[in-house]
Design a protein around this ligand. Structure first.
Ligand code: ARG
Length: 575
């Protein structure tokens, strides 16, 4: 259990022992360190209830506190100021060197399924998908560090207009393939298609279909056939999806996003019939389509009915999400919560799908379905970031831009495998840190110079600090490190900062944002750099002192490593 939680429980018991019933006592970090490192404000809220002067209550409490605190005093109307007994603090810190979990508090474990990534087959990943991947992966690791059982599902967008686009492009380029021969009677072979072909087919077809209504009509027809699982298009499309998802996986691997499940819209088709059976009693026909009413009397905005089956009998995005929910609820991994890390534009849509799920009892009321949306990455003009020619920025292009920029700063290195590896880690750290630093729901501005800087709140700054710590640890070569003394205010501040970690993790988890973790990493790294500037660590002649320093460094390094792991950022050995 963390220091803060343990102390708050102790304080609550102490209040009770003194005759004051109170549910929670909060131990606040104090900004006036001269008065005390922490402050307890509960006496004020109890004063009214017990008809007493808050100072009197504070005095009762102060008289009962044990020696885990020092410098106990009462200020103003009844604030209790305390500092932590140094011995107690050092015990805690020694424990934490190799046991990160002693700094945090575990949750009541629950099963959480996180739907994130959401790449669309046969289409390039764009920056919006990057945010979902980065946030989703980090939330998954955060939840699992706090004790939840978590699985991630990429939920591929592998049905939709892109099927018609790509197949129509194949037809245009290779009209003689057997798939397009109406008289063909044989067994259809597996479709041969390369990732390079795929990369150009969708954009080509899409551009042409925009200008040419006939082409668009063909795309529509093919898409409808694929959606209705008609051969040979359906199998062709599955072959295309296979090639495409291998490519998508490479990008996710690069970003350290590992999905336990590679399900998607296609794989949900198996569950459509069973899902429809459950929804049937709640559906009615409207203009040939089958819909479900999801509006409620107290809605502030109009929530339109959800279309479940189109008028041509085909399934749509929503049908597949509902069938996916059916599968998730009936899978071995029974989720208590499903988190959808998907961009904000789908907010209304998810509201409709969730309501339809609860209404039809596809999902029981004790299971939580929740959409965790996120802000967009904008250009300097404040609008969603676009390429120079006005297109959507592809994720791989964004990664290359960052990598090139970082490469300029690394010219002291000879090119070679080592440099490439460092650059890859640095690139990922740069985009992830920039992406996770803003509060989840806020937009942020793409600023390549700022993101790639080795100073300030950036991935490179954090990694550079980590590499610096690691190199000192390697040079020092001390293994019986122990913290037995605090020699400076900076050291003390580092230890106190580490005690705050439990609160940071709790806040990040409850608000589902990694911004707190990013800010915290920056603060801890800055404190280390301050210490490094003030202290001659390696050349310290006093062995005990040196052991203390090394222990401190190990503690920082191990704690930051865990946090970087949560952000899915890997640390290079040198830089
Ligand atoms: N493929 C979708 C898109 O690109 C995102 C999928 C989100 N997840 C879901 N279960 N609908 O917009």
């Amino acid at each position: 259990m963390s220091f803060i939680k343990e102390t708050e429980e102790y304080l609550r018991d102490t209040f009770k022992k003194c005759g004051y019933e109170i549910e929670d006592v909060t131990l606040e970090s104090s900004s006036r360190r001269d008065l005390g490192e922490f402050q307890i404000n509960s006496a004020m809220s109890l004063a009214k209830k017990y008809g007493k002067n808050p100072r009197e209550i504070a005095q009762n409490i102060v008289d009962s506190l044990d020696d885990r605190f020092t410098n106990i005093n009462i200020a103003g109307p009844g604030f209790i100021n305390v500092s932590i007994n140094e011995k107690y603090l050092l015990n805690r810190m020694n424990e934490a060197i190799n046991n990160f979990d002693s700094l945090i508090d575990k949750n009541e474990p629950k099963n959480v399924l996180i739907d994130y990534g959401g790449a669309n087959a046969a289409k390039a990943l764009h920056v919006g998908h990057m945010r979902s991947a980065n946030i989703g992966e980090a939330l998954k690791r955060l939840a699992s560090s706090l004790g939840d059982n978590v699985v991630g599902d990429v939920h591929l967008g592998d049905l939709g207009r892109q099927s018609g686009m790509v197949i129509s492009e194949i037809k245009k380029r290779k009209p003689n393939l057997c798939y397009f021969d109406a008289n063909y009677k044989g067994k259809y072979p597996k479709l041969e298609i390369t990732p390079e072909e795929l990369a150009i087919y969708y954009p080509e077809a899409s551009k042409d279909a925009k200008e040419n209504p006939e082409r668009m009509e063909e795309v529509r027809e093919i898409t409808a056939k694929v959606d209705l699982c008609e051969e040979p298009y359906f199998s062709m499309w599955k072959d295309i999806v296979e090639v495409s998802s291998n490519e998508i996986k490479k990008t996710y691997d690069y970003l350290n996003c590992n999905f336990e499940l590679w399900e998607g819209e296609l794989s949900s088709l198996k569950y459509i019939d069973k899902t429809i059976k459950i929804l049937e009693p709640f559906m009615y026909e409207s203009e040939g389509a089958k819909v479900i009413d999801v509006a409620r009397d107290d809605d502030k905005i109009e929530i339109p009915p959800l279309i479940v089956i189109k008028n041509d009998g085909a399934t749509i995005y929503a049908t597949r999400d509902l069938a996916t929910i059916y599968n998730r609820m009936n899978s071995k991994f029974k989720p208590n919560e499903i988190w959808y890390v998907v961009d904000a534009r789908q907010g209304l849509y998810f509201e409709q799908v969730f309501r339809a799920s609860y209404k039809s009892n596809l999902v029981s009321p004790d299971v939580i379905l929740k959409h965790y949306s996120f802000g967009t990455m904008n250009g300097k003009d404040g609008k969603p970031f676009k390429t120079r020619d006005g297109g959507v920025l592809q994720l791989n292009d964004l990664l290359s831009m960052i990598r090139d920029e970082l490469s300029k700063k690394m010219d002291k290195y000879e090119s070679g495998k080592e440099k490439e590896e460092i650059l890859d880690k640095l690139t990922v750290a740069t985009v992830k840190y920039a992406d996770l630093l803003p509060y989840r729901t806020t937009d942020y501005i793409f600023d390549i110079e700022k993101f790639c800087s080795f100073e300030g709140k950036t991935g490179p700054y954090i990694l550079y600090t980590m590499v610096r710590i690691k190199s000192i640890l390697d040079k020092a070569n001390i293994n019986n490190e122990k913290i037995s003394m605090i020699y400076s205010d900076t050291e003390k501040n580092i230890y106190l900062k580490l005690l705050e970690l439990s609160r940071i993790m709790k806040q990040a988890y409850s608000e589902k944002t990694l911004s707190y973790v990013c800010e915290y990493l920056f603060e801890l790294c800055s404190l280390f750099n301050k210490f490094y500037g003030e202290t001659n660590i390696i050349n310290e002649n006093d062995y005990t002192k040196k052991c203390n320093y090394i222990a401190l460094l190990k503690l920082i390094y191990n704690s930051c490593s865990k946090l970087l792991y949560i952000l899915a950022i890997k640390i290079p050995n040198k830089m």
